[in-house]
Design a protein around this ligand. Sequence first.
Ligand SMILES: C=C(O[C@@H]1C=C(C(=O)O)C=C[C@H]1O)C(=O)O
Length: 454
Amino acid sequence: MDRTSGEGQLTAESPADSNPDEQANDLVARSRAVGDVSFAAVVDDAELPRILWAAPDGLEIAGQGIAAHITATGPDRFDRLQAQAKQVFDTLEYHGSTVARPRAFGGFSFHDGHEPTPPWTGFAAASFVVPRAFVTRTERDGVWLTVVSDSVDEADDRLERWDDRLTEGPTMCSSGTGPGVVSTHRTTSPSAWASQIEHALDRIENDRLVKVVLAQALSVDLEAPVDVPETLERLRRRYPNCYRFLVGQRDGGTFFGAPPERLVSKHGADVETEALAGSAPRGETPESDDEYADRMFDDEKLQHEHDLVVRAIREQLDSLARELTIDDRRIRKLATIQHLQTPITATLERDRHVLELVEALHPTPAVGGVPPDRAWETIRETETFDRGWYAAPIGWFDGDGDGEFAVGLRSAVASGDTATLFAGNGIVADSDPDEEWEEVELKFRPILDELRDR
Ligand SMILES: C=C(O[C@@H]1C=C(C(=O)O)C=C[C@H]1O)C(=O)O
């Protein structure tokens, strides 16, 4: 917990290894409505801990500094996180506007026993922060500034200083251009990929594995460090209906991306999730685009792959929900790829923390496989890189246990003059290594395109 109120400084941080006992100390949050301010100004310093979250429904949040840090590792990481979060929110005093309420932002590693190694230095198996200062924007409520401090006086003071700083700054976020790509290096060669797929197919045929999602990493040398807020602004324009996120560690890497996939959102008893699995390229003309879409929609292998995800989500939610609605399957078109999508909604049978739903759902077979333990095992023995936070839950929760999580796809971790991108694809019986390779290429594109100097 930060104990330095930071006279004259706007950024209050606490060391990641701060004493967890201290987190029982009271925190005070204050908020006020502000004019249109630049969200990039809150997250433009890559040396500071920072977060940015934007959801397709229009909620945008950018924050800096650490008022509380909640972290856990191991198989019970969800429970431990929830217990720590309760302590933090129980001792946090806030009576302001609901939209500007303090929330904890962060994410999880794909595997629960994750030990951070480069490029994932600083990214624990589960790590969330309540920022010291953040701005929240929604269409309905406008823009709000919130600060979180250790005393009322300090909170009032910090609120004034941040308000001045944001009001003086630009209101628009510049979108800039990409840093430029010097070279790219795939962790998996085409022949290694082919034998990985063969191995997975062998397990599918002989070992009661039904589906596994195998991924690759692409490490990119850049002409200059990535300006992540600007990159996200470009991604906003190209992928307007996707999530956007950034989690930057102090002096460490920044994980960012524009995922199309919601893991779960929970507001009171209402839960929304989806199955997003099955991919096809976009066509160059409307006719060829429709052809790709129709072929994907009617393809039995892709239907099977997709239905496995729907079924797994239904099974996970059935015991928690009073009502579950599985909508019709449809096509989700993104700028560079299209997917099969099935929206799923549920009403909880009793109140639960969103982290319980995250635990129940992660990983869905859209990024893991069926059955989960065999898929998990296959991923571990096959992939030669560290998934880190790729394909894992990323999002926020509040003191009521409400929250929203995306799946950390179409993402990269940037550090200095390098970025490591991740992309994967579902493998089922009859998968073809060449086709799977092409699809993985498509999934690198959202981030890779924006790193090029165009
Ligand atoms: C694994 C990724 O994407 C997931 C896998 C998909 C598939 O196998 O068709 C489609 C969407 C995502 O759920 C990725 O983007 O890296």
